[in-house]
Ligand binder design. Structure first.
Ligand SMILES: [Mn+2]
Length: 225
């Protein structure tokens, strides 16, 4: 079984419009792919409510539907720029919306996680992640007038970019390593992470950690098997 993974395409932001990604998704089934993992931050910011639907969201969801019709299982792993995907109206468009997924290819056991919030000690970030995805915030986003909500999302995006895009150049290797070793010990051989936007592979105790290149940088679809 071949598995394709796409991480951090940031469509509508540095990833541009949906065309090239849609073309890639459309060729997966014919190429023998049976499972597609969208590893988070596929859109620059995805508030997964119909009133926030961008042209990129509409086109990618249509491509996902075509892939599923052609026999590809499609999973969405939530990233730090994805809000309410699991609980909102797009969830049914995927086979699963999850925080992580595990699969086996060629006898290797993979665990795929977006990659933010790996540091247990970073309580401020973890609190922000929890709060930003919680039901009171979802309720507020739905209840206030859409233009106001969009402005608020825009401000949040600017904040995310400050905390999250600019410091990307230094990958917190010790944090990634500690997290990887703990998770691999649960019975996986390779930990796959997006989020850091740069490709790297490190051996760690119990296996390997692979950081995937951001699609918006390389347009790379990682294919396993
Ligand atoms: Mn991310």
């Amino acid at each position: 079984m071949s598995v394709a993974i796409i991480a951090d395409s940031h469509l509508g932001g540095p990833g541009g419009d949906a065309g090239p990604l849609v073309e890639q998704i459309d060729t997966l089934a014919a190429g023998g792919c049976r499972r597609l993992v969208l590893l988070g931050d596929i859109f620059h910011v995805w508030v997964a409510l119909r009133s926030f639907e961008s042209p990129e969201v509409a086109r990618v969801m249509a491509a996902v539907a075509r892939a599923r019709d052609a026999g590809v299982e499609v999973e969405y792993v939530e990233g730090n720029r994805d809000f309410f995907v699991a609980t909102g109206p797009y969830a049914d468009g995927f086979d699963r919306v999850v925080l992580e997924t595990a699969f086996e290819v060629g006898g290797r056991r993979f665990l795929a996680v977006h990659g933010d919030g790996l540091d247990d000690a970073d309580w401020r970030y973890r609190f922000w992640r929890w709060l930003s995805k919680s039901w009171p915030v979802r309720w507020a986003v739905r209840s206030i007038p859409t233009p106001l909500a969009k402005r608020w999302v825009h401000a949040t995006e600017a904040r995310l970019s400050r905390t999250n895009f600019k410091h990307k150049s230094r990958i917190p290797e010790a944090v990634v390593r500690r997290y990887a070793e703990r998770r691999l010990a649960e019975g996986h051989d390779v930990l796959l992470l997006g989020h850091f936007h740069e490709p790297h592979r490190w051996p760690v105790a119990g296996g390997e950690v692979w950081l995937l290149d951001a699609w918006f940088r390389s347009r790379r679809v990682e294919e396993l098997g």
